[in-house]
Each structure stands twice: as C-alpha cells, then as structure tokens.
Ligand binder design. Structure first.
Ligand SMILES: [Zn+2]
Ligand SMILES: [Zn+2]
Length: 169
C-alpha cells in the first residue's frame, strides 16, 4: 500500500510496500516511458506534531531508444526518496514539504514517488557506452561493421593545418 493510515503511526513507524503500474494515471504526464511497474518500498514515521517523514526507494526500468543507433533499450532506475509530509497550516512554512489537509487521516506517498521518478529517470539512453551509432551518410548501424562511405575529413582540422603552414612559411 502506498497510502498509510496516520492512526497506525501511534504504534510506531509503518512499512510501506507497493507498486504503481507503468500506465498508472498517477504517473501520467511525466514523459518517462516505463518498461515495467514502479516498485516502491519504505517506511513512514511521525517526527513531531503533524509532521511525518517517509524514507523510501523506487525501482523500475525505463524504455527508450538508443540516442545514437535508435535501438530499443531499457535501463534500470533506482532512487532513494526522503519526503516530509506536514498536516495543516504549518505546511506553508516548509516549501519542500508535501502538504496534507487539516483533517487528513492518510498519507499517500505517490506524489513523492512521482517527483523522484521524474528526477531520476535518464533523459536519454544508450544501448551501450561505446555505441558507434548510425553512419550520418548512409544510415548503416556502425555497430554491425563499417559501411562503404569514405571517411569525411574534419574541416576544423584542415583549417588548423592550413594555418600552421602559413605561420611556418
Ligand atoms: Zn546504440
Ligand atoms: Zn555510411
């Protein structure tokens, strides 16, 4: 469960464990493509009057295309999450806290998971660190071997070489 009944905290910290399906509407709009559900674990404890601290983790895999060769890739994502929930008007004093209504009886940790997932998800993925990508001329996947295109001379270097010749001459 990702919702904790605050009355349970009277007996001590409460363990949280649950999953958010990869198409859960609560995760909509993140622009993070998920390859599998988000597994969430953690514990919630009261840290004072009307203040509740959740320490948790999330684990999932994001799906994307290799930035260089466009092959489909999935990459593991793990994040540690620390989130403070504050009930009532005091929440205004703490801009980083998640506000709970005056009469709240539940903490839902989903907004903290959503925020952390957004921060932790890679903005682009590579199929492997040394992916050679596609030939910019013929589009062949260079991981499969060299294509028939002749190597393009780098214009910056030839300009520099010409300059050197000039200085020498
Ligand atoms: Zn690649
Ligand atoms: Zn080529």
């Amino acid at each position: 469960m990702l919702q904790i009944d605050l009355r349970e905290l009277a007996l001590g910290p409460v363990e949280t464990a649950g999953e958010l399906a990869k198409d859960d509407p609560l995760l909509a709009g993140l622009e993070v493509g998920l390859a599998e559900a988000v597994r969430v674990g953690g514990r919630l404890q009261a840290t004072g009057e009307e203040r509740f601290y959740w320490h948790g983790t999330l684990d999932t895999r994001v799906a994307g295309e290799c930035r260089r060769c466009l092959a489909p890739v999935s990459q593991a994502v793990h994040a540690d999450i620390g989130a403070l929930f504050v009930r009532g008007a005091d929440a205004d004093d703490d801009p980083d806290a998640f506000a709970l209504g005056e009469d709240a009886t539940l903490v839902d940790v989903t907004p903290a998971v959503r925020e952390e997932l957004f921060l932790a998800a890679p903005r682009y993925v590579l199929c492997r660190e040394d992916c050679r990508g596609l030939c910019p001329r013929c589009g062949q996947d260079l991981n499969a071997g060299p294509c028939g295109c002749s190597p393009t001379p780098d214009l910056r270097w030839s300009a520099l070489a010409a300059l050197k010749d000039k200085l020498r001459g």
